[in-house]
Every structure is written in structure tokens, then in C-alpha cells.
Ligand binder design. Structure first.
Ligand code: ADP
Ligand code: MG
Length: 303
């Protein structure tokens, strides 16, 4: 199948107050991918997700989910996607069990096909199946929303800032479960402003800034196109400061260790080491450090 899981063309949103949250987004999310939508707060990530969920009306452009146009085939589009919203919204007076049963009913899932307890077990809430949802912790509520998004067994799962308010151990469990779903064939889209999260989980990442996509590539390609590289050099004597001639991107880390940051598109390691030698220093040891996603992100969303 070559069709995208989600296809977005020229998507625009201007809110009633005049805020232009999406400025003509084009985005293809491949089937089977673990896709990250990364961007600072206010970039437009939730607006995009909420349009796909049918919660926000777009003001321009087109979107398909699993090949179904959200305007022409809204029911099929909705059946193809499960969305875990950023806000923890649900009825506090239902139990997790009832919440999932109701949701399954809304999607017309026949009783024998429902997987309520299986889903509660998967998100580690089986022992809370029959307590009021309002007594659940923030992390438990988030996991209940994940289960709720899955009752109709959608091919695409979207998680909007899923780790907000989830403690580290449970975050790990949540990711393990999301990875399992992905391994079993679910296309996963997650929005986050945590770089490490996108870097660790996603095979592709689109960076959103100010209502526009500023980068969209394989995570590995994004990382390799980052311009900056660091050389960490141990020299043969103690230094009191950065020797002149090594440029303002050189730092003295401790007595004998210098880190030299350079743009690998215009210089190479040999030239950097030659500059160290020219400063009269002997090189005892060298290691390198590639830019991480944070560097790419800062480069692209600067200003
Ligand atoms: P993100 O999820 O990336 O943090 P959002 O999509 O929530 O970004 O917001 C994008 C922009 O749209 C922000 O400037 C935000 O203030 C604005 N915005 C979001 N929701 C509304 C709304 N209901 N009414 C007016 N402006 C909104
Ligand atoms: Mg958001």
C-alpha cells in the first residue's frame, strides 16, 4: 500500500480572534511509521490534531485519514484514527470500565468484539476498572485516554503531548505499550516538545514552528544534516584560558580539555586540529560529538 496514513494538503486554520495557527501545512505521514510532530508550545500541533479529530474546523486545505477525506467521508475518517487529546477530558463519574464500554458503543463496536478488560490490562489499569475515574492520578487518566482511543481498533493512533503529567516509570510503560502497538502494525503519531522523546521513539520527525513545517525527514537524516559537530581535545598542558586564535566557539572544559564546535559543512576535523597545533598545543586525545536533535531544533526554530 502506497497511500499515506495521513495526508494533509494546504491546511490552514485562523481562529475566530484572528490568530493564524496553521499557515498552509503539507504533510504526508506514511503507513506503519512512528511519526513525531515536534515543535515549541504554540506552534500549531494541537490545532492540526484537533482538525483531524473533527474537534476544530479548518479554514482551508484538505486532509485524508487512511484514504478518507475528512469532509467527504467523516465517519470513515473518524473510524480510522484514535486520538489521545492533550487535555485530560472525560466524565469523572464513570469508571474506566464504563468509559471504555461507552466509547465502544459510540463507535458501534459489537459487544462480543469489545476488548475492554484487555485494554485496561494493557495500560495497567485492570485493578482500577471499577473505581470512579475522578480518583485516578494524572498518569492513570492519561493511560485511560490511551485505552479509550483504541476501543475501535484504529489503524492510526495519535498522542498529543502524551507524557505531560506522567511520571517517569509510567512514561516508560506507556512507551513500551506504544512500541508494542507500533510493532503490531499501528501507525503512531505523537506530538511533543520533548526532543529526547521524539529522538528516541520516532523514525520520522516533522518540526513545526509558527504554523508551518520547517523540517520533515527521517530522524537519522535530520540528525546528520545538523551542521554543528564538536571536537573534544585533551592537550598536553594545563591552560588558564582559551588560547587566542581558536575562535569564539571554543570552550575550556577543565585544565586540559577544550571543546571546539565547528560547522562540518565548511570545516573538517583536520583543520580544527591544525588550529590547535598552530596555537602551540600538543594533542593528547580527541573525541567527537555529533549534533543532537536539540541542535537541529534550535537551528530551525531560532528567532
Ligand atoms: P501547540 O499544540 O503546538 O502548542 P496550538 O495548536 O495549541 O499549539 O496553538 C497554536 C496557536 O493557536 C497558539 O498561538 C494558540 O494560542 C492559538 N490557539 C489555540 N487554540 C485556540 C483557540 N481556541 N482560540 C484562539 N487561539 C487559539
Ligand atoms: Mg498542544
Amino acid at each position: 500500500m502506497t497511500q499515506s496514513a495521513i495526508s494533509i494538503r494546504g491546511l490552514e486554520k485562523t481562529y475566530a480572534g484572528g490568530k493564524q495557527a496553521l499557515k498552509g501545512i503539507d504533510l504526508e505521514i506514511p503507513r506503519g511509521s512512528m511519526f513525531g510532530l515536534l515543535g515549541p508550545n504554540g506552534a500549531g500541533k494541537s490545532t492540526m490534531i484537533n482538525i483531524l479529530a473533527g474537534l476544530v474546523n479548518k479554514t482551508g486545505g484538505k486532509a485524508d485519514i487512511w484514504g478518507f477525506d475528512i469532509d467527504d467521508h467523516p465517519r470513515n475518517a473518524k473510524r480510522s484514527i484514535g486520538i489521545v487529546p492533550q487535555e485530560l477530558v472525560f466524565d469523572a463519574f464513570f469508571t474506566p470500565f464504563e468509559t471504555l464500554e461507552l466509547q465502544a458503543g459510540l463507535f458501534g463496536v459489537p459487544k462480543p468484539e469489545r476488548r475492554t478488560m484487555e485494554l485496561l490490562e494493557a495500560v495497567h489499569l485492570a485493578d482500577k476498572a471499577h473505581v470512579y475515574s475522578r480518583t485516578l492520578s494524572g498518569g492513570m487518566k492519561r493511560r485511560l485516554l490511551v485505552a479509550k482511543a483504541l476501543v475501535h481498533n484504529p489503524p492510526v493512533l495519535v498522542l498529543d503531548e502524551p507524557t505531560a503529567g506522567v511520571d517517569i516509570e509510567l512514561r516508560q510503560q506507556l512507551w513500551d505499550y506504544v512500541r508494542t502497538l507500533h510493532a503490531m502494525g499501528t501507525t503512531v503519531v505523537l506530538t511533543t516538545h520533548y526532543l529526547e522523546e521524539a529522538e528516541a521513539l520516532c523514525d520520522r520527525i516533522a518540526i513545526v514552528n509558527n504554523g508551518a513545517i520547517v523540517a520533515n525527514d527521517l530522524t537519522s537524516v535530520l540528525l546528520s544534516t545538523a551542521g554543528d559537530k564538536k571536537l573534544i581535545v585533551t592537550v598536553d598542558r594545563d591552560l588558564a584560558g582559551v588560547p587566542p586564535g581558536l575562535g569564539d566557539r571554543t570552550e575550556l572544559k577543565s585544565g586540559r580539555i577544550l571543546t571546539l564546535t565547528y560547522d562540518k559543512r565548511t570545516r573538517n576535523a583536520g583543520q580544527v586540529l591544525a588550529a590547535v597545533a598552530a596555537a602551540g598545543l600538543g594533542v593528547v586525545d580527541v573525541s567527537t560529538q555529533e549534533a543532537d536533535l536539540e541542535d537541529v531544533f534550535l537551528e530551525l526554530t531560532r528567532g
